[in-house]
Design a protein around this ligand. Sequence first.
Ligand code: F0G
Length: 465
Amino acid sequence: MPSAAASEKGSESGPPQGSFCFRCIGCGSVTHLAAQDFRCAQCGNLLEITDPAWKSLDAATLKSVWRDRRASNAMLDRSGVWRFRELLPAPATEQQVVTLREGNTPLYELPQASRTTGVPRLYAKHQGLNPTGSFKDTGMTVAATFARQAGYRWVACASTGNTSASMAAYAARGGMRSLVLVPDGKISWSKLSQALDYGALTCQLRTDFDGCLRLLQELVRRAPVYQLNSINPFRLEGQKTLALELMEQLDWQVPDHVIVPGGNLGNSSAIGKALLEMREIGLMARLPKLSIIQAEGANALVRTLRETGGKRLVSVQAETRATAIRIGNPASWEKAVKVLQATDGACEQVSELEIAQAKAEIGAEGIGCEPASAVTLAGLKKLLHLGFVKREESVVLILTGNLLKDPDFTMDFHRGSLFQGTAHEGGSTELKPFRHPPVVLDATLDAVIQALDQAEKSDRTHSNA
Ligand code: F0G
């Protein structure tokens, strides 16, 4: 059994060093200590971090301090998360910070998708360009910092792959051991291989993500391991910086829509929290609409809103090739419902075929992403169709993971085998124009020139179509 190095901290996550506190999202009770399961001792709901000092920050000063730090080489300023530290819980000392210089991700135009959707002001914030290839790093730097500060030897998470890769990396950097619980056979090899390389104790459990998370919740009550799932509110504080950085990149011009994938619903909750805090401080005058998109086969939030008006979670047995969001019992659903309500956002679902096409389209922009991220472009098309997004409005898609995170999906798609033997097989012929399968040739000049000619011909056919 793992043991906590600083046993005097007991089962608490350690006293906060700044003035921040934990507030229950259900009953609103405020505490300075959180139990290991990060649930309210009064009502059992999730906690969020807040700091009364944030309200009195001056917007103009913050903007100028954050901009100036971009020219600094100091460790904390090089991190695209800690650069915004005025809106983060403060660790005891700067030396405590575990960072891989996360954040600082680009905001791209999407010229081809702009043309096909008819939305000229369409952007993608690519969180897949973080150190371990996903948005998880922005939250992990904060949560790993507080885990180390509290003296934990072991950190742990349940994961569909990206959290485990990120946690294992930050644990390694922070001198901690990491325990990973992943569903056997249902995460991509590239994510699993990251956890192995970063030295995690990796357990492939014969269950799904929801089963892994349930087990982890029991484990943290029994063993002194620090849980780094997005139930951990420190994670969400770090993930808030995505929205701060985005606004800075847009010169503080508020976009009309931000569209994000929804799995366990931590990220949408974090972005929404940041938007509300920014408005309160005066960093932005109005809120963008934050919309959450799920895969049809993992649509717990969509069903929760449609069937109960957001009052009670409708769990589903999740199934999708976008394995990062193969989640049926999202932990942060209540936080996400509040965010949708506060920002007037929409929640939609997209099919496996729509996800595959959108992923290929983002790839064709020269940036690429993993399948779970592509739900954003697929979702945008749906929201345009529904009239929720207007073509003259500005839209930011949040791409959450790197193209290289799921090479099997990409290879199967281009070879035409992604939907073989599934219910989607018939419809998948429509995706043919988006496929670029490799061609195996004799090593002769003639063969390569012939391949070039053929590619030219097919390009011309498609551009005339
Ligand atoms: N996109 C990617 C690439 C993800 O890895 C995840 C979640 C999401 C979107 C959904 O974000 O859960 O905050 O709503 N991946 C988690 C994991 C669950 O274990 O890596 P969410």
